[in-house]
Ligand binder design. Structure first.
Ligand code: SF4
Ligand code: SF4
Length: 79
């Protein structure tokens, strides 16, 4: 079973699809239902670059967040 690491907040995400467009791994696909969060179709393709979060127009409101696996967290820690 794939590790789930991307979470959408349905109350905030408006389904704009920006995260789908910027993900270089094509981990997402657009939701066929208008206004709904994208679908994380290929979670194993994600390499935790963070682009989907930083490019999300509603990222600061918490529309999308990623949870890096514990062993990788040190590598992403800000100095
Ligand atoms: S998570 Fe952000 S970028 Fe992705 S569809 Fe929702 S609002 Fe748009
Ligand atoms: S963190 Fe990067 S690779 Fe993973 S889903 Fe977001 S944009 Fe794609």
């Amino acid at each position: 079973m794939a590790f789930r690491h991307v979470y959408f907040n349905e109350a905030v995400c408006d389904g704009c699809g920006r995260c789908v467009d910027v993900c270089m791994c094509d981990a997402f696909e657009r939701n066929p239902e208008k206004g709904k969060p994208p679908i994380l179709k290929y979670p194993d393709e994600c390499w935790f670059c963070g682009c989907c979060v930083t490019h999300c127009p509603r990222g600061e409101e918490g529309a999308i967040r990623i949870v890096t696996p514990f062993p990788m967290r040190g590598a992403f820690k800000r100095s």
